[in-house]
Design a protein. Structure first.
Length: 266
C-alpha cells in the first residue's frame, strides 16, 4: 500500500489583494510586508514537517511565499523549489488589474454569477480544473515512481524502517479531525513516500479542491461547512490532504482532507 501527502498553501498578501484588485496571471506583484509576515508565520507553523518536494506557481507572490516557508523549515531549507505554470492563478483576461467590483459588474451585465463568469480573454472554470487535474496526476505519477525506486534500491524491508516518525510531525491540533490522523487513513505515524508542499493561489485552489470533492470523492473533515468548502482560502491558508494509491493505481486515488484553508498560524 502506498501513500503520499501534501500540504497546500495559498500565497501571502500583496497590495493588490488588500485593495481587492484582481491579479490573475497578468499582474505579477511581490508580497507586501504583511504578505511576508504571513509567509513567515506559515513557515514557522510548518517548520517541523520534512517535505520531500516543493512545487510553486511561477508567479512572484507564490515564489516568495514558498521560499519564505522553506526558509523557516528545520529539515529542508535547501530543498529545490520547482516552479510550474500549471499552478498559476486563474487567468481573468480583461478584468486583470481592475477592482473585483468590475468583474462582478461584468458578470451581472452578462446575466451570470461570479465565479462561473469568464471575462473576455480569461480562463473558464473547466480550463482551470483541467490544469489542476493535470498537475495532480503528475504528482500521483511522481509518487508511484518514487515508490518503485525505493523498492528497487532497498527491497521491501525499507518500507518499515529508515524514516523516523518525527520527520512527519504535523502541527494540527483541535482544528483538525483527530480521528483522521490517528486512524488507518494515515497520518503522523506513517512513513510517507512523498510529502509535498504546493504553493498556489486562491481561485485556482478552490477549483482544485472542487475537483477533489466532486470528481474524486475526497473525504472531508466532519465539521466542514458548505460555505467553507466553496470560499477562497485566506492568504497563506493551509490545506492538508492524504492521498493513497492502492498498488500504484493512478486511476483511483483515495483522498482524505485533514484540514482545509487552515489559518490559525496568522
Amino acid at each position: 500500500q502506498e501513500m503520499f501527502l501534501f500540504i497546500i498553501s495559498f500565497s501571502g498578501e500583496t497590495r493588490y489583494n488588500k485593495d481587492k484588485i484582481l491579479q490573475g496571471q497578468g499582474v505579477d506583484e511581490p508580497l507586501s510586508a504583511t504578505g511576508f509576515r504571513q509567509a513567515d508565520a506559515a513557515g514557522i507553523f510548518l517548520s517541523n514537517v520534512k517535505f520531500t518536494h516543493v512545487f510553486s506557481s511561477d508567479l512572484l507572490r507564490a515564489k516568495q511565499t514558498a521560499a519564505t516557508i522553506l526558509g523557516q523549515n528545520k529539515f529542508c531549507k535547501d530543498l529545490e523549489i520547482k516552479y510550474d505554470a500549471r499552478l498559476r492563478e486563474r487567468k481573468y483576461g480583461v478584468a486583470e488589474g481592475r477592482p473585483l467590483t468590475d468583474l462582478k459588474a461584468m458578470a451581472k451585465a452578462a446575466g451570470e454569477q461570479c465565479p462561473s463568469f469568464t471575462p473576455s480573454g480569461g480562463e473558464t472554470l473547466d480550463e482551470v480544473r483541467e490544469r489542476a487535474k493535470d498537475f495532480f496526476e503528475f504528482l500521483c505519477q511522481l509518487a508511484v515512481e518514487l515508490e518503485q525506486k525505493e523498492q528497487d534500491v532497498h527491497g521491501a524491508a525499507s518500507r518499515s524502517s529508515g524514516t523516523s516518525a518525527e520527520q512527519f510531525v504535523f502541527p494540527w491540533t483541535n482544528h483538525c479531525s483527530e480521528a483522521e490522523l490517528s486512524s488507518d487513513n494515515g497520518g503522523a505515524s506513517k512513513i510517507l513516500d512523498a510529502n509535498i508542499l504546493v504553493v498556489s493561489h486562491g481561485a485556482y485552489m478552490r477549483n482544485w479542491i472542487g475537483y477533489f470533492v466532486s470528481d474524486l470523492n475526497c473525504t472531508l473533515p466532519t465539521n466542514l461547512t458548505k460555505s467553507q468548502l466553496s470560499s477562497v482560502s485566506p492568504n497563506t491558508g493551509v490545506s492538508h490532504f492524504i492521498i493513497k494509491l492502492e498498488n500504484g493505481n493512478l486511476l483511483k486515488p483515495e483522498i482524505t482532507c485533514v484540514c482545509l484553508n487552515q489559518d490559525s498560524h496568522l
